[in-house]
Ligand binder design. Structure first.
Ligand SMILES: [Zn+2]
Ligand SMILES: [Zn+2]
Length: 174
């Protein structure tokens, strides 16, 4: 009932023809840049487009691990909002930035786009009014560089962990 790619309880479970199950988002990530992606557990070809999310399976996961699934879902909502803020900031969409800030998006959270904050994105693109709006809402200037380094490190560690898990899975399969 966990996704072998991210090791979390399944969220939007997708079952591949080989019968292995992963998160929809993890599979999308895996297949995003290649047409010949293989199942991390058995190396079977992953079809494109991906099979639909299995509601039946997801219901079973949620019945068994309601809290874990709920926690993941909330994290996802938060990270989607962080991405929206980052994009709005870098494109200079001041109105959108304002409404996201009023909705309470965590504005010092690092975006998955490049591991930097919305403030950094706005500053890099020269979006002066957005920068001012973010600063007025308490965007943190001083920690962004340190945070970027931390985010890079975390991303690297995640890649290493994924690689190790894959190696282990191959060994187990033999
Ligand atoms: Zn996953
Ligand atoms: Zn498989």
């Amino acid at each position: 009932m966990t996704c072998a790619i991210c090791m979390e309880v399944l969220l939007n479970a997708v079952q591949l023809p080989c019968s292995h199950v992963f998160d929809a988002a993890c599979l999308q990530h895996l297949t995003a840049h290649t047409s010949s992606a293989a199942c991390p557990l058995c190396r079977s070809h992953i079809p494109s487009p991906l099979p639909a999310v299995s509601d039946e399976l997801q219901r079973r996961v949620e019945a068994k691990y309601p809290q874990q699934v709920d926690a993941r879902r909330q994290l996802k909502v938060q990270s989607d909002a962080v991405l929206a803020l980052y994009d709005a900031a870098s494109m200079g969409l001041t109105e959108a930035v304002h409404s996201l800030l009023e909705a309470g998006v965590k504005l010092n959270t690092l975006s998955e786009r490049d591991g930097s904050t919305a403030l950094y994105a706005a500053a890099r693109e020269g979006r002066k009014t957005v920068v001012e709006a973010l600063l007025a809402h308490g965007a943190d200037v001083d920690t962004s560089d340190k945070e970027r380094k931390a985010a890079k490190l975390a991303a690297m560690e995640a890649r290493v962990a994924a690689y190790m898990a894959q190696q282990q899975a191959q060994k187990d399969a033999q």
